[in-house]
Design a protein around this ligand. Structure first.
Ligand code: G16
Length: 542
């Protein structure tokens, strides 16, 4: 029987860059999760008898929320829910399940690369029927609904067994527990030349994949370990844990330092990679060389035709605005379009659906293609392996040849974390206030030629997004971008993105901090970072 439960709104249920992310204890307030889920269901239009996909990255509180959502889905008229066994679905695997089974949409429970545990982070987001994150029109509707919500619907039913692959019925709705890995692994086999990668590995090529005690453990164990023959020893931290072993499941040089150190050691494996909490991000390190996400996007795009799934070439490349321009040069050489979108994978959806872009990427360690509508960590790892299997060169040689052909975009992102929100807002407001006076001025010896606040008009549906980041352009093509993160759960995170282009004829072997030193100093000066935040150095450099 459907039960209507009275509730009152929470003011803070506005989805950020990727869904609603808060501390677990915040989510555990009575009715907090119910309000958001009901606001989502209320915003979706007719979904009677429809299929919903449900799964998460296995973090603390995942299982409890799955049971709550199942009861609410039954009360809200869904006909079937496909839920990953153990409540597990990586974000790209969930996207694939939505598409493969023609589901109405899906709820993904994850706070991505943020830490997990009772005092850490949780998150929830809605993906639409194309498998991708809900566009802003929907997230805004969810937020608006959350502000006036006065009831949610549920049924009285026992918890279902999430660990057995079987069908159960609750409140007239079928719950189908599915193998979270099988469909995704089959998709990867269709896109990549597994025989070639197997042969590479059999020839003595050594790889190391760090699943960071997060969701990709089972996927990597099956695909890399078993199907490609790398063995279980190639998978580090392969068992998903609710608290990710107490670490940040963030595949960058700070949080995957052990992997980085192993790849820099004299006896390093040939290839190292990692993925994040929910499996959509990737980190790529060759023996002795880290590949920035922006460079990885460019190198994957330049070589994608070597994998069977992309043998016909690319339709276009899309990147988020703060991502470096390295991919632009590849697009130009290939004679295909390059799209520059705001930060957030949701902005790639229309381009992929319309067949305008095949490969997308972001500086925030995300790369993916039109095979799903999310970024996909293991996909990026497999495309790299496919390329290495065909070219039979080291990662370092591939990077060196790439830069020799296209030039090199030296690039870094500096994050100032846990900044007082009012101070961060004031810094951005002050920057916005001087956009007109900056062009023509010189800072730290660098001449500013442009300054604006990035605004985007979606070329497919015409929707617009304002205030997506302050861009400062310099004589010679260097660039600084400032924006506030939309994924944090406490205070504000100021992101400063720094980029300098060195042509193919220039010095391509500088250390990045040296190549960017002038820009780093200028960035601090232009925004008055120390004055506003009290910080003299970033917390994380990626
Ligand atoms: C999410 C989004 C990405 C975005 C990243 C960082 O990734 O899906 O598109 O680039 O956050 O966003 P921000 O700079 O606003 O923190 P994920 O992996 O956290 O879902």
């Amino acid at each position: 029987m459907i039960r209507t439960v009275e509730t009152t709104p929470f003011a803070d249920q506005k989805p950020g860059t990727s869904g609603l992310r808060k501390k677990v204890r915040h989510f555990q307030q009575p009715n907090y999760i119910q309000n958001f889920v009901q606001a989502t269901f209320d915003s979706l239009g007719a979904h009677d008898g429809a299929t919903l996909v449900l799964g998460g990255d296995g973090r603390y509180y995942n299982r409890e929320v799955i049971q709550i959502v199942l009861r609410m889905a039954a009360a809200n008229g869904f006909g079937r829910v496909l839920v990953g066994q153990g409540g597990i679905l990586s974000t790209p695997a969930a996207s694939n399940v939505i598409r493969q089974y023609g589901a109405f949409g899906g709820l993904i429970l994850s706070a991505s690369h943020n830490p997990g545990g009772p005092d850490e982070d949780f998150g929830i987001k809605y993906n639409i029927g194309n498998g991708g994150p809900a566009p802003e029109a929907i997230t805004e509707a969810i937020y608006a609904r959350s502000q006036v919500i006065d009831r949610y619907l549920t049924v009285d039913a026992d918890d279902i067994d999430l660990d057995t692959v079987e069908e159960t019925v609750i409140g007239g709705m079928t719950v189908q527990v599915i193998d979270p890995v099988a469909d995704y692994a089959a998709l990867m086999e269709r896109l990549f030349d597994f025989d070639a990668i197997r042969a590479l590995i059999a020839s003595g090529f050594r790889l190391s994949f760090d699943a960071m005690s997060a969701v990709t453990g089972p996927y990597a164990t099956e695909i890399l370990g078993r199907r490609l023959g790398a063995g279980e020893g190639a998978i580090l931290n392969g068992v998903p844990l609710p608290d990710f072993g107490g670490h940040h499941p963030d595949p960058n040089l700070v949080h995957a330092k052990a992997l980085y150190d192993a790849l820099m050691a004299p006896d390093a494996p040939d290839f190292g990679a990692a993925s994040d909490g929910d499996g959509d991000r990737n980190l790529i390190i060759g023996r002795g060389i880290f590949i920035t996400p922006s460079d990885s996007l460019a190198m994957l795009a330049a070589n994608a035709h070597l994998a069977p799934g992309y043998a016909g070439g690319l339709k276009g490349i899309a990147r988020s605005m703060p991502t470096s321009g390295a991919a632009d040069r590849v697009a130009e050489a290939l004679g295909i379009a390059l799209y520059e979108t705001p930060t957030g994978w949701k902005f790639f959806g229309t381009l992929l659906d319309a067949g305008l872009a095949t490969i997308c990427g972001e500086e925030s360690a995300g790369t993916g293609s039109d095979h799903v509508r999310e970024k996909d960590g293991l996909w990026a790892v497999l495309l790299w392996l496919n390329i290495l299997a065909v070219r039979r060169q080291s990662v370092a040689d591939i990077a060196t040849e790439h830069w020799a052909k296209y030039g090199r975009n030296y690039y870094a992102r500096h994050d100032y974390e846990g900044v007082d929100s009012a101070a961060a807002d004031a810094l951005m407001a002050a920057l916005r206030g001087k956009l007109t006076e900056l062009p023509g001025s010189t800072v730290n010896g660098l001449k500013i030629v442009s300054a604006d606040d990035f605004a985007y008009i979606d070329p497919v549906d015409g929707s617009t997004s304002q205030k997506q980041g302050i861009r400062i352009g310099f004589d010679g093509g260097s660039r600084i971008v400032y924006r506030l993160s939309g994924t944090g759960t406490s205070g504000a995170t100021l992101r400063v993105y720094l980029e300098r282009y060195e042509p193919a004829t220039g010095d391509l072997t500088q250390d990045t901090p040296v190549a960017l030193a002038d820009l780093i100093a200028a960035a601090a000066q232009i925004a008055g970072i120390a004055a506003h935040t009290g910080r003299n150095a970033p917390d994380v450099v990626t």
